[in-house]
Ligand binder design. Sequence first.
Ligand code: ADP
Ligand code: ASP
Ligand code: MG
Length: 462
Amino acid sequence: MKFGGTSVADAQCIRQVVDILEKHYKAGDELAVVVSAQRGVTDQIIEIIGKLPTAKDDSAIAPLIQALGKRHITTLEGAAPDFVAETGAVIEERLISLQNILFAVYNLRELTPRSKDYIISFGERLLAPILSAAIRQRGIPSTVLDGCDAGILTTPQHGESTALPESDERIKKRLEPLLGNEIPVIMGFMGCTRNGIITTLGRSGSDYSASIIGAGIDADEIWIWTDVDGIMTCDPRVINDARVMSSLSYIEVMELSYFGAKVMHPRSIEPAMRKNILVRVKNTFNPSHPGTVIVRNGQRDNRVVKALTYIDKVAAININGAQMIGRPGVAKAIFSILADHEVNVMMISQGSSEANISLIVDEVHLNAAVHALTDLVKQGIVREVTHNHDVCAVAVVGAGMAGAPGTGGRIFTSLGKAGVNVMMISQGSSEANISFVVNQQDGPRAVRVLHDEFRLSEECDE
Ligand code: ADP
Ligand code: ASP
Ligand code: MG
């Protein structure tokens, strides 16, 4: 079971988490728990460390440490009153260590990807001991493990590392002796390299940790506890009548999370899928709701389109040049230079004239991408590179689209009727996803039109 940041945001929430754990433990379930940082803590740390290397002074450090101390100790007092001395000392020690590291970053005026990973793992390092103490407060034994202790070995790609296959065996060895005898609490979001260097798994990485751990122990089920009743037909902040879906396939959830559905980390399905483990998404604050079940083949239903995602933090890049026509290796040059600059390409489209390739990238990568591609202009491989920041990407997801003719027609006809201009279209070969790009200002309307067109708020066909 994995609990997200909102589920552990304060003492009251943590008591609710322990209610859930206690119920399952007493019913004889063997449980391992993965936990995130408290809501907002990772963001808070990232914001400060980003500025430290160029800050005029170190005055931002003390307020951060004080705020983290106050919040975590208050949470501890409310969630595990008998363990305030013991666990409080652990928290204080970690805060001192964090403070020292932050001073070092300021003094060295340097933040390497490796040190950044260690620093941003502190949200989890501070919170996990509190949840474990809250479990012991109920008389259930519990120990804390960081991601590395729990056996998660990763690639050295700091900030976005991926679990290595040998993690499975290590996780099993570390956790199996504990299962059933206690509830181990594992810090999400982190692992380590074969050399023991701490890595993080990407933002929202605790979902991925849960799936890696679940696969490692061959869990019967992986439960992701969050603050909504399950995976919805669209981000509820964009579509207010978005509906919770009872069942989805692995592929559908992967397509949704790749395209920005903030409900789950994009790589978190892969380990579960590899071991064919059922994943449930449930609401910590409404545990009797059945939530969403994710399995290999989602519930068979008549729905072709199941859900939509909308991302506005993207940018479009157009690469033009008649010299690209019929010339092998242009795409290779483009994608290798982007990869060298660590730019992740989210969408690609190339017309059959071959004189134009369009890409969609995360807006944080735009400058790096344009800079890299300008090199190809200088080398004469392409003629010009333009970009547009004012766009958003929408993905239409449903495994039933594969082999069902007419869905594309319906999507673009309804957008056309609503006067939404589509700038770029792409369909993956899994056929479980059709994505397109529109002007930023048209994004929410495009999503609304399609949510209505495919009657996604209605229970009807499920
Ligand atoms: P946690 O802290 O539990 O990991 P997150 O904030 O990362 O929770 O993810 C849950 C949030 O994802 C929800 O509160 C919701 O606002 C947002 N969200 C975005 N898209 C969807 C979707 N399709 N279905 C459900 N929630 C979504
Ligand atoms: N705390 C990490 C983050 O904010 C991981 C997570 O919440 O899953 O990204
Ligand atoms: Mg999350």
